[in-house]
Design a protein around this ligand. Structure first.
Ligand SMILES: CC(=O)N[C@H]1[C@@H](OP(=O)(O)OP(=O)(O)OC[C@H]2O[C@@H](n3ccc(=O)[nH]c3=O)[C@H](O)[C@@H]2O)O[C@H](CO)[C@@H](O)[C@@H]1O[C@H](C)C(=O)N[C@@H](C)C(=O)N[C@H](CCC(=O)O)C(=O)O
Ligand SMILES: Nc1ncnc2c1ncn2[C@@H]1O[C@H](COP(=O)(O)OP(=O)(O)OP(=O)(O)O)[C@@H](O)[C@H]1O
Length: 486
């Protein structure tokens, strides 16, 4: 929906210089500017978008928006650059969320998995071509799958995907919504019809500073949502959310949860549990997802689906038949033929690592008393350093063999990160193999029949960020290739 000067001024609430032509697109990245675009110069964490204005103009930008005057350039000066970016993106896209039923899922852990569960339920109810998904792992529009760049993209990306979904005939969308997405205004202007909160544990303090700020950022999603909201009552922040945001229903093991989890047990390679619901009696849910944390993910997704009118029968079948979630306890088929198990998982905090290793221990125990748990993992560079020794401690506590390696080191020295992880580990059964492929190879070489290897940290990702540059790296592919060469 092209915008003229008066419309842009109304949307931004500030004076706008005359435009050579209608604005047809908006971007924060000068490298993406095309003729007719508005370039919003964001004062970033590392760079100032204002420095890229000449490039944006060279590429044909019709309007420059910034938080301050840019010498020699007629600029629309706005109070908040990211708010302006979202406002223009939403209007240019024609407010697509208003024509869709958008489900927002937030929380520290379990967003992606819960999103896939909900997407499977919506697909069963409305058909594959009527559903969409935006997650850390991929963007799905009907039958079309593509890789994601981040969990919650920048506003033009979010709105662009919603427009594509609307155009493709999608009606129901699951939008994984990170606290970065909320805090950095990437989802401003999105109408959420329903929302789910999974949990809140220590993460992203480099952005939010305190846990209270982190919580408040998540809470905004519930403040915005116009329809049903469901929160995890077993989590302190979830219980608080339910108290603070009226109309929020809860799920969990605790006795006063509206959707109560009970009688959880394993049945072969599946998890079975009862969900006592306010309006649909007791549902017996069977899921291929393992572990108590996935019981929460399935229960939360089911609760929000029921709250928005889903049939209990369709939901029960969908939950039972859903496929693997990319990079979340993803079992590598090639390993099974060799008599052991390799699981690729995205756990990259000490809490996530503990959760996945506890499940993997159970799986190993099911393989017999001699089956061991081997864990290959590392910590990210350039962020939250405090979690490094904590991750080392968790891995060496729960795994029989722990191998510390490199995750995404970004600009940091991988050996230094590994040493910081090792500082918290019991090194009697832990080693450091900095090269990730070599670390995986070592794990495969020491694995016996029945053992379970967890390769943690990168999940679905296909690139490893190293100080020497990015390289292609996909854990499932690397494991598969190495197994074929064993
Ligand atoms: C910490 C963080 O979120 N940073 C985001 C922030 O970057 P920044 O402010 O540092 O940007 P910058 O590099 O300083 O550049 C400033 C501006 O100059 C522009 N620029 C830069 C270079 C150039 O040649 N031309 C140009 O125009 C940039 O596009 C940007 O608008 O603003 C940028 C643009 O708005 C984002 O792309 C960037 O996300 C980075 C890539 C990122 O990695 N974010 C992660 C941490 C993230 O968002 N993760 C969450 C949470 C996931 C989870 O829950 O685990 C997610 O939703 O993915
Ligand atoms: N409900 C949960 N509670 C605690 N840990 C969980 C939960 N669900 C998943 N995990 C762990 O966290 C990892 C990431 O899961 P998932 O991708 O679903 O969460 P996420 O919130 O999307 O994470 P991210 O924001 O980092 O993408 C899983 O591999 C698992 O180890």
């Amino acid at each position: 929906m092209p915008l003229d000067q008066a419309e842009v001024a109304r949307i931004l609430g500030v004076d706008v210089p005359p435009l050579p032509e209608h604005i047809t697109s908006v971007t924060h990245d000068s490298r993406d500017v095309s003729p007719g675009a508005a370039f919003v110069a964001i004062k970033g964490f590392t760079a100032d978008g204002a420095d890229f204005v000449p490039q944006a103009l060279e590429r044909g930008a019709s309007l420059i928006v910034a938080q301050h005057d840019i010498p020699g350039v007629r600029t629309a000066v706005v109070p908040d650059d990211r708010v302006a970016l979202a406002a223009l993106a939403t209007e240019l896209a024609g407010n697509p969320s208003h024509d869709l039923t958008v489900y927002g899922i937030t929380g520290t852990n379990g967003k992606t998995t819960s999103s896939y569960v909900l997407h499977a339920i919506l697909t069963a109810a409305y058909g594959e071509t009527s559903t969409g998904l935006m997650t850390t792992a991929e963007v799905i529009i009907g039958r079309h799958h593509s890789m994601s760049v981040r969990t919650t993209g920048e506003a033009p990306e979010v709105q662009g995907n919603l427009v594509r979904m609307r155009g493709a005939g999608v009606t129901h969308v699951v939008l994984e919504t990170s606290s970065h997405g909320i805090h950095l205004h990437r989802v401003d202007g999105t109408r959420y019809a329903a929302a789910l909160f999974t949990n809140l544990t220590r993460d992203h303090l480099d952005l939010h500073g305190t846990m209270e700020n982190y919580y408040r950022s998540k809470r905004k999603l519930f403040e915005w949502t116009v329809g049903p909201k469901v929160a995890n009552a077993d989590d302190a922040a979830g219980a608080r959310m339910a108290q603070e945001i009226s109309g929020t229903r809860t799920f969990g093991h605790c006795a006063d949860a509206d959707y109560r989890i009970g009688d959880v047990h394993r049945q072969g390679a599946r998890t079975v549990f009862n969900l006592t619901t306010p309006d649909h009696g007791v549902l017996e849910l069977h899921t291929p997802l393992l572990g108590d944390y996935n019981v929460h993910n399935v229960a939360g997704a089911s609760a929000i689906a029921l709250e928005t009118g889903m049939s209990a029968r369709v939901l029960t079948k969908a939950v039972s038949e859903m496929g693997q979630v990319p990079g979340r306890f993803e079992r590598v088929p090639a390993a099974v033929d060799r008599g052991f198990e390799v699981v690729v998982d995205y756990a990259h905090t000490e809490i996530g690592l503990r959760a996945v290793l506890e499940v993997a221990r159970e799986v190993a125990a099911g393989h017999g008393p001699d089956a061991r748990l081997i864990c290959v993992f590392g910590a990210c560079g350039d962020r939250d350093k405090a979690k490094r020794p904590l991750m080392g401690a968790v891995a060496s506590e729960l795994a029989d063999v722990a191998i510390i390696t490199t995750d995404d080191a970004y600009s940091e020295d991988p050996q230094t990160i590994a040493d910081e992880v090792a500082a918290g580990a019991d090194m009697s059964h832990t080693s450091v193999v900095v090269d990730r492929q070599e670390a995986i190879r070592s794990a495969l070489q020491v694995a016996h029949r029945g053992d379970v290897i967890v390769v943690a940290g990168k999940g679905h990702e296909r690139v490893q960020h190293l100080p020497t540059g990015d390289i292609d790296f996909h854990d499932v592919s690397v494991v598969t290739e190495l197994i074929h060469r064993l």
